[in-house]
Design a protein around this ligand. Sequence first.
Ligand SMILES: [Mg+2]
Length: 384
Amino acid sequence: MQITAIRPYAVWIGMRNQLIVKVETDAGIFGWGESGLSGREKAVIGALEHYAEFLIGRDPMRIGALWQEMYRSQYFEGGRVLTAAISALDIALHDIKGKALGVPVYQLLGGKQRDTVPTFATTAAEPGPEMIAQAKMLMQAGWTAIRLSPSGHRSGDIYEPREHIAATARWCAQARADLGETVVLGLDYHHRLSVAEAASFCQKMPRGTLDFLEEPIRDETPQAYEALRRLTDIPFAIGEEFASKWQFMPFIERDIHQFNRIDVCNVGGLTEAMKIAGWSEAHYVDMMPHNPLGPICTAATVHFAAAVANFSWLETRASPAEATPGFDDSAFFPVQPKLQGARYPVPDTPGLGIEVDENLVRQQSFRFWEAPHLRRRDGSATNW
Ligand SMILES: [Mg+2]
């Protein structure tokens, strides 16, 4: 079998661009992958065009060897753009291999360790009664793990952490009091704080308020996370931006975080994700995958989640709190993972278990989109 074509589609579906990639073979089998570098899809398409130059004609079954060649075949190896491209191709190659062998992708990853994949759901309501009401609604719908993800009292493009840290901490404590001791409660700070701000936030809550704190600070410096670790005992959930095993390495080996927010569409695909899962298992760190993209990302992550031992919850955007009114992507993806309650069933069909209406996708166009460029009140730049 030989790869005959690589077709990237960066198209607006629902609320965002999705960069999905079709890899075709001379056996008539094709695979789908997705890339996760949201907001810089054009850069990833450039990388995919480079990779197509030497992947066409190659054996798609040699996934590990092709991964090494894509990552290392240049002097300037690595980086988020390249691993986002590798991720999509690696996922598509797993889809092809599963279809060629007549097995679901989880069989290529060591087999199924669980029958269904538990998820966590998110409320993006601002700290206040609505946030707690949405969390209660999610609990009634079956979720036992809930993430709070407020934007943090943003007004326009102004973001001042110190103006909302105290209120956010107070409403987290209120949520814990109202929702009970059992529910798993986390909060995503979207890496918007400094070490001192994050410490202030954590120290304003009673111990046991949060079960995990996601991305309190940016992740370039493991030492900064170690400094924050000394200032709080809340478990950290980080890693959704990491683009290789080497980026995870210091965090795993120094036992800085407790949950891996691994993103199979950015980290280097299923090949790289399985290595990181094994490495994390040795440190008793659980996988809590990032899953904000389209159904191909969800399908690939469901197979990953099924096949790893050390797993907590998969992020889902399909909960009633996040559904986009009037939007249904089933015309684009007629076969895709669908939640049953708070869990994804593990598909048993060959490959990823996903079908794409390529003609419909072709009719969609790309929309330029920029993340908000947030500023402090003094005019200086800060993180989105
Ligand atoms: Mg996050």
